[in-house]
Design a binder for this molecule. Structure first.
Ligand code: C5P
Length: 406
């Protein structure tokens, strides 16, 4: 995913710098070339040897060292960088950058680069909230600097407050978003639904299904990484909200429909990966239903939910999913026709490595003209990419949808 990308990772003197070893490792594992530059105080918290180990690259710690392989490091790395990430960033580095100070390798590199710069601050709450720090942040934000707000929680001082380094997952997500912002879906707006819905029976029980949300989240993240503006409407799921995506949480089919109607008007594409309940209880009792006499059956009256995909139409492409247990292609093709979809991704949810809950999927993508492409078993991430390839082809060939003005 990050193959052929050069990420310059700046590390400054914060106790959170130990987390950067994990960040450097994950970026390297994902194929990026990670060039680490440490400030002098960062080397007091964590050894450059750790970063050398996880990145298999020399680590720059000084302007005056001759052994690192770069002749003039700050110029070489400033030019090589696709992005510069400073994590953790202290109040001191933020102040220096906001004022154009260039007194070490990291500040020189940032001053010399044309690449976007991502800053993940970590510091004491007081330092972060200080108006001087906030003014420096505001100043940098007017240029090509993106900030990931620090999180709330336990701090090294023993206090609890704002100032923790953001989750490594959020930092990596944001790197992907920034690197992809000029991708082939730049300027496109996509609404994706994910997960299952919960249809309440009473205040403590619901009708749900096994959808984990993984397929929809993978589609949303893949679109974000290609430059699209993404709204993700999700039912209850264990997955954390992805960064760089507007996430709307809903519980029921009716709520999902409302959220889709509200967001899709400005969109180019609606991709419904959610497993929406087809039926909901006719009535929701306000009190918990009690057990009655032993052996007496309980009957629930169910009514149909709105079919969101069939009912929500406009100048956008509509893509559905069909989770099937038999006659997959026939059933999916019928749904494509009934709901007048542009594409449908059909999958057999009876296979253990495909469909609900797992990270892989085996789908067949069927288009309006009846043509189908059976994809082999692959990760949901890869499936998402293949679906988006087809969506993009349709978007580019459909003047109505492409000509959307926002
Ligand atoms: O008819 P079925 O539920 O199998 O159709 C699957 C497709 O329709 C999925 O894309 C699903 O998100 C969508 N759907 C919907 N509203 C419903 C039920 C399904 O939009 N009430």
């Amino acid at each position: 995913m990050l193959a052929n990308k050069t990420i310059v990772l700046g590390i400054t003197g914060s106790i959170a710098s130990y987390k950067s070893a994990d960040l450097a490792s994950k970026l390297t594992q994902d194929g990026a070339r990670v060039e680490v530059i440490m400030t002098e105080s960062a080397t007091r918290f964590i050894s450059p040897i750790t970063f050398r180990g996880v990145t298999s690259r020399p680590v720059v710690t000084s302007m005056w060292e001759m052994s690192s392989g770069f002749s003039i490091e700050h110029v070489a790395l400033a030019e090589a960088a696709d992005i510069i990430v400073i994590a953790p960033a202290t109040a001191d580095i933020i102040a220096k950058l906001a004022n154009g100070i260039a007194d070490d390798s990291l500040t020189c590199t940032v001053l010399a680069t044309k690449a976007p710069v991502l800053i993940a601050p970590a510091m004491d709450t007081g330092m972060w909230r200080n108006s001087i720090t906030q003014e420096n942040v505001a100043r940098l934000k007017t240029r090509d600097f993106t900030f990931i707000e620090p999180g709330y929680g336990h701090l090294a001082s023993g206090c609890v407050g704002e100032g923790r380094l953001a989750d490594i997952r959020i930092i990596i997500d944001t790197i992907r978003q920034i690197l992809g912002r000029n991708g082939d879906m730049a300027g496109k707006r996509i609404v994706v639904t994910a997960g299952g819905t919960h249809e309440a029976i009473d205040p403590v029980r619901y009708i749900g299904n096994r959808s984990s949300g993984k397929m929809g989240f993978a589609v949303a993240e893949a679109a974000r990484n290609r430059g699209a503006g993404v709204v993700l409407i999700t039912g209850p799921t264990a997955l954390p909200d992805p960064a760089g995506i507007e996430v709307i949480h809903i519980q029921t089919a009716i709520q999902m429909k409302k959220a889709v109607v509200k967001t899709v008007a400005k969109a180019d594409v609606l991709i419904m990966a959610a497993a929406v309940a087809d039926y909901m209880p006719k009535r929701q009792t306000t009190q918990k239903i009690k057990k009655t006499a032993a052996g007496r059956a309980l009957t629930l009256d169910l009514v149909e939910t709105p079919d969101i995909l069939a009912e929500v139409k406009g100048g956008f492409l509509r893509v559905g999913f069909a989770a099937e247990t038999e006659d997959i292609i026939e059933n999916a093709t019928r749904k494509l026709r009934n709901k007048q979809l542009d594409l449908i991704a059909a999958n057999d949810v009876t296979a253990s490595n495909s469909g609900f809950e797992v990270d892989t999927n085996r789908v067949t993508i069927i288009s309006q003209d009846g043509k189908s492409e059976a994809l082999p078993l692959m990760s949901k991430k890869e499936v998402a990419g293949r679906i988006l390839d087809k969506v993009l082809k349709l978007l580019n060939g459909k003047p109505g949808a492409k000509g959307h003005t926002h």
